[in-house]
Design a protein around this ligand. Structure first.
Ligand SMILES: [Zn+2]
Length: 254
């Protein structure tokens, strides 16, 4: 499994594109979230209009979905013909329909390729992946995602504080990307996660490695210092590529 990070920024970050990445396995590419500042990065990093097989939306705030229509228009200009699966909730699909309307784009007539709506499963499959989801605590419904293929597990939180369900989803993941707005929990931000709430995941949940993203402007340096205590927890970096391979059992392990 191969992870390519497009963006790591918070909602209105002047320095970093909105948080988004691409997960690839067996020649299938799933893109997670497509916020308003993501399309130019996508066009630079992945110019092939057929490169993405499916898009997953964790939720539908502008920094997670407002890049959708521009991305589809570019792929149409570049003559994409391959169908695109859009994995989201029923409510999310309705919200995306409003985006199409606002952009004067009819998904059935304006695009050079068909869109296929796939309702977000709690436990299902997509391409080569087993795909599971769970809610976080956010200001609108947000579903964290876990993808398993080739003996490895990758998880991505979307936005929001952890819930018992999301922590169960993350348990034992080889790599977890988690939203982390601040170092300490901010009482004025009850729907965002903080380092202090996540730092014990490698030990408590058996997560092998973590990347933190969607960090508040001006907080990255403090957060990097807080992360220095555990080499398993790092700040996510734009452009980073991570290849996940199955963990080799320690010598003598049963
Ligand atoms: Zn959000």
């Amino acid at each position: 499994m191969d992870i390519q990070v497009l963006g790591v920024g918070e909602a209105a970050d002047p320095s970093f594109a909105n948080s988004s990445l691409i997960v690839a396995a067996g020649g299938f590419r799933l893109m997670i979230d497509c916020g308003h500042s993501v399309p130019p990065v996508l066009w630079r990093e992945m110019p092939d209009p057929d490169a993405i097989d499916a898009l997953y939306f964790t939720h539908h705030h502008p920094d997670h979905c407002f890049g959708l229509v521009p991305a589809l228009i570019r792929w149409t200009d570049d003559r994409r013909s391959k169908p695109l699966d859009i994995v989201t909730t029923a409510g999310g699909w309705k919200q995306l329909a409003l985006l199409f309307q606002a952009g004067a784009t009819d998904p059935d007539r304006s695009l050079s390729f068909p869109l296929r709506w796939v309702e977000t499963p709690e436990d299902g499959t997509l391409g080569p992946f087993r795909l599971r989801t769970a809610p976080t605590r956010h200001s609108m419904p947000n579903r964290a995602i876990r993808l398993e293929a080739g003996g490895v597990a990758f998880a991505y939180s979307g936005d929001g504080r952890a819930t018992p369900e999301s922590e169960a989803l993350f348990r034992g993941a080889d790599l977890l990307f988690h939203e982390c707005l601040t170092v300490e929990a901010d009482p004025t931000q009850p729907f965002h996660a903080a380092h202090g709430q996540l730092a014990d995941y490698p030990t408590r949940l058996g997560v092998r490695a973590m990347r933190l993203y969607h960090v508040r402007m001006g907080e990255r340096e403090r957060l990097a210092a807080a992360c220095a205590a555990d080499p398993r927890v790092l700040l996510a970096r734009p452009g980073e590529r991570i290849v996940l391979t199955p963990q080799v059992p320690a010598p003598g392990a049963v």
